[in-house]
Design a protein around this ligand. Sequence first.
Ligand SMILES: N[C@@H](CCC(=O)N[C@@H](CS)C(=O)NCC(=O)O)C(=O)O
Length: 158
Amino acid sequence: MPMGQMPVLEVDGKRVHQSLAMCRYVAKVVGVAGNNPFEDLQIDAIVDTINEFRLKIAIVSYEPDDAVKEKKMITLTQEVIPFYLTKLNVIAKENGGHLVLNRTTWADIYFAGIIDYLNYLTKLDLLENFPNLREVVEKVLSNENIQKYIAQRPVTEV
Ligand SMILES: N[C@@H](CCC(=O)N[C@@H](CS)C(=O)NCC(=O)O)C(=O)O
């Protein structure tokens, strides 16, 4: 493990770390990346936004002091979550049920892959009032190969 952390991707016997770098690489290999540098920039901007949102949720969820956590949770649920999800929902509407470029990219797949974890951390159904974001996730989960992967993947107890 190059940095002593997971995940690690092994390609032709060489090991590489950093999950987003791996996603970007795999997206190019399987054809869900941008078709030019500007499209890649647009995808990266959305993925970085999702990741920023994830970090803001994680920092509150893993807060060890219960009183501090309770206070931060109010700002998170009343301000931070509605801010990000309202903006992303509009973006998803403008992009025909995708997060960018009006087509399936790894930004959609990243979002669909992370939303269960965010629901788990917040103990909420985050997409309850965001139908366009639900559509993004449904489109990803309707992909035949993704369905096959989900059916076969190891079960994680949380
Ligand atoms: N930025 C890295 C973060 C990797 C990371 O934090 N991995 C955790 C597991 S989710 C880990 O291996 N922790 C064990 C450790 O740091 O000793 C990525 O996205 O791959």
